[in-house]
Design a protein around this ligand. Structure first.
Ligand code: ADP
Ligand code: MG
Length: 699
């Protein structure tokens, strides 16, 4: 039988050496298999031709057959457009282009039969179609066509005759070679139970569907499979690990927890905090190692949950450790935790890169002999010479700066790996969390402590900055403080700094009667900490900064966050920055400053920011606007997404559904030896052996 995975694409009729090297270089298509799984990105319904006099604004995409009678160029500047008056004899419709006018004019001719495809809309009482696809009617075989596949191709491919039509021909040739049925890759019971199409049918139909109904079934089958194997992989990995590693059991809730909870806690826990503490408590009391992701919007009170968990460790005779991504944050945690514990007999220590050698020796000894109960630290804790007596719990704050590798390093600090609690304020949408951190259970704090006033967010244009300055001045007069943040524009650090320096100078002039701090990534950690301290203590009133302040810093007296060039930030980052204010009881404000000309997408982002304070809602919107590949956090974690057909933003329900299907398989067949699932485990192995495998964190 023909093995598509090993057969080089150059042997496919119509390809040859030169095209093979282009397909390989441009699209990474090297084998027949690669081509088989290169799916069309859209389809055009060629089964029906509409008449122009049938059109109205309500139709989805339509196909027309007729000719252009004349061209007209209208408007100026951004409104400049090319209009082609098109007719099939029943009526006229305007085809409109705002871009690529010259190209279109060169390519299209009057009095030639064209097939036009696009979405009609109404403008000034006339029907028009903006940026339609226009094909020479003679090149399309209309009568025989169902849905016509469209393949993405590159400029270079087009120059070598490999346009979408040519790709369709190659796929057609490929199916000519596939005389036998393509072997099934899901088990019979899954196919039957979930009403799936066979793989053979699905692959043929995804390239050449006759109608939308069968296309949808094919898409469903292929998405199902793609998401299923991602989840099977993650869940199997998580299960193996659970079997392999027992966890420390924290069986009791003891003195420290109880005394802290009943005597030291100055406020009542929120309902969400209580729920999460219960979830954690169930995990650590189960003989299994906990791996839990705690998501909670900025200010939702994650630190307290961490502290309660660490006290559980202490009560059961274990040490605990909390890791923060920066020294500033570690010091802040250290101070907060010490203050909250008051005179409870719990020894808390700090270890960062700046801890002096002569302090390290006694600290390391106390860690190794169990004298220290809670260690607060940065990356410095990961070093091999930091040894614990019996580390029972590790809390990792602001996970997205901490990769999978670092997590694994902490595991290795004990024979029995410690429980792991990962906390993040980057509200990763559930779908993404399941895929990125599918091996972690997820807890969510979806409630803010009472009494918080929602931050008022406004969007202003640069040329209205004067009113903003007087607003800031009022806040400063009331004793509040303010942040002004400039973006990092990665192409040029010099320019970034210039931006910041110019802004700083200007603000120094405007606010010459106040003291300003300046903070950027090029400063030494010591200088940064010093500036931050000056601001936190109220010595300076205005902090001008790049995004280095993004993570976790807590200055409750700050009430204004100005974000300059807000158009340059993604939604999640804007939300993170905004979260630096609104941490005290007073009303806080976030001001987004942009230029006057905004793209549609930017306008949407500003609108979402000014109307929503909900991090999860914003993260969902972000995922929809940008796609998961760009999500903050995914890049840092080094996890790429290469989904061929499923879409994490759109296929959330399906993802949750297949996760349960995969979980059933893992539970039913933990040893991976049931005959009916053999095909699944073999397929999973094959996928993971493919060169361009890059699903999820686990390989
Ligand atoms: P984050 O989740 O962003 O890390 P923090 O743990 O820093 O949030 O908490 C933000 C602030 O809210 C802190 O000052 C903390 O003391 C306070 N806080 C936490 N939980 C509660 C609660 N249940 N009621 C009132 N205030 C709370
Ligand atoms: Mg925090």
């Amino acid at each position: 039988m023909l093995d598509t995975a090993t057969r080089n694409i150059k042997f496919l009729p119509g390809v040859g050496e030169q095209r093979a090297s282009i397909l390989g270089g441009e699209l990474n298509i090297r084998s027949l298999y690669d081509l088989l799984y290169y799916f069309p990105y859209k389809y055009i319904d060629r089964s029906r031709i509409y008449k122009v006099n049938e059109l109205g604004g309500h139709l989805q995409h339509v196909q027309l057959l007729g000719e252009i009678r004349s061209f007209e160029e209208l408007g100026e500047g951004a409104g400049r457009r090319l209009v082609a008056h098109f007719t099939d004899g029943t009526a006229f419709v305007d085809l409109v282009w705002f871009k690529g006018i010259k190209y279109v004019k060169n390519r299209l001719k009057v009095a030639t039969q064209y097939v036009v495809f696009g979405k009609p809309s109404m403008f000034n009482g006339r029907v028009n179609i903006a940026h339609p696809d226009v094909d020479d009617a003679s090149t399309l075989q209309l009568s025989s066509m169902g849905l016509q596949p469209y393949y993405n191709t590159t400029e270079k491919m087009k120059r070598h005759g490999l346009n979408s039509n040519a790709m369709a021909k190659l796929v057609h040739n490929l199916f000519g070679l596939l005389t036998a049925e393509i072997p099934e890759t899901l088990s019979d019971d899954i196919i039957r139970k979930h009403g799936l199409m066979s793989l053979d049918d699905a692959l043929r139909i995804i390239h050449f569907p006759k109608n939308t109904k069968e296309l949808q079934l094919a898409q469903y089958r292929l998405k199902f499979e793609e998401l299923f194997y991602i989840q099977l992989n993650i869940l199997q990995y998580a299960r193996d690990r659970q079997m392999r590693y027992l966890g420390h059991r924290f069986a009791k809730v003891g003195d420290m927890f109880n005394r802290f909870y009943h005597e030291n806690l100055p406020f009542e826990l929120t309902g969400a905090q209580k729920r999460v503490v219960r979830e954690i408590r169930a995990d650590v009391n189960s003989n299994r190692q906990m791996n839990r992701l705690l998501q909670g919007d900025v200010g939702s009170g994650k630190t307290l949950v961490a502290l309660l968990s660490m006290l559980l460790a202490k009560d059961n005779g274990y040490q605990a450790c909390i890791l923060a991504p920066t020294e500033i944050l570690a010091e802040q945690h250290f101070a907060t935790i010490r203050r909250m514990l008051g005179d409870l007999p719990v020894r808390v220590e700090l270890l960062t890169g700046s801890t002096r050698q002569k302090e390290r020796t006694p600290l390391f000894e106390a860690l190794a002999d169990g004298g220290v109960d809670i260690l607060v630290g940065t990356h410095a804790v990961l070093e091999d010479n930091v040894l614990f007596y019996n580390l029972g719990l590790v809390v990792i704050d602001e996970q997205h700066r901490f990769g999978v590798v670092q997590r694994a390093k902490m595991w290795a600090k004990n024979n029995i790996p410690p429980h792991i609690l990962v906390m993040t304020a980057t509200p990763i949408p559930r779908t993404l969390a399941m895929t990125l951190y599918g091996d972690l259970e997820v807890s969510v704090i979806d409630e803010l402590p009472p009494g918080r006033k929602p931050i008022t967010t406004t969007h202003i244009f640069r040329n209205r900055a004067d009113s903003m300055y007087s607003f800031i001045r009022k806040q400063l007069q009331e004793g509040r403080q303010a942040y002004v943040v400039y973006p990092l524009i990665s192409e040029s650090e010099k320019l970034d700094l210039k931006n910041l320096e110019d802004g700083y100078k200007q603000l120094c002039n405007i606010f010459c009667d106040y003291r300003l701090s300046k903070l950027h990534g090029k400063m030494k950690p010591k200088e940064k900490d010093e500036e931050m301290r000056r601001f936190a203590s109220g010595e300076t009133q205005l902090l001008v900064s790049t995004t280095v302040i993004e993570v976790g810093v807590d200055v409750p007296n700050a009430s204004v966050m100005v974000i300059e060039n807000a158009e340059r930030f993604g939604l999640s980052q804007l939300h993170q920055l905004r979260g630096r204010v609104g941490r005290g009881a007073s009303q806080s404000y976030c001001i987004l400053v942009t230029g006057n000309k905004l793209s549609e997408e930017t306008r949407k982002r500003m609108e979402i920011m000014t109307t929503s304070n909900d991090g999860f809602e914003i993260a969902e919107a972000d995922l929809k606007l940008r796609g998961p590949g760009d999500m903050e956090g995914t890049q840092q974690s080094g996890i790429a997404f290469d989904l061929k057909i499923a879409n994490l933003a759109r296929d959330e329900q399906l993802l949750q559904y297949v996760r349960e299907v995969a979980r059933e398989v893992v539970n039913a067949d933990p040893e991976r030896n049931l005959p009916q699932y053999k095909v699944l485990w073999e397929r999973l192995r094959t996928i993971k052996n493919m060169k361009n495998w890059n699903w999820g964190a686990i390989s």
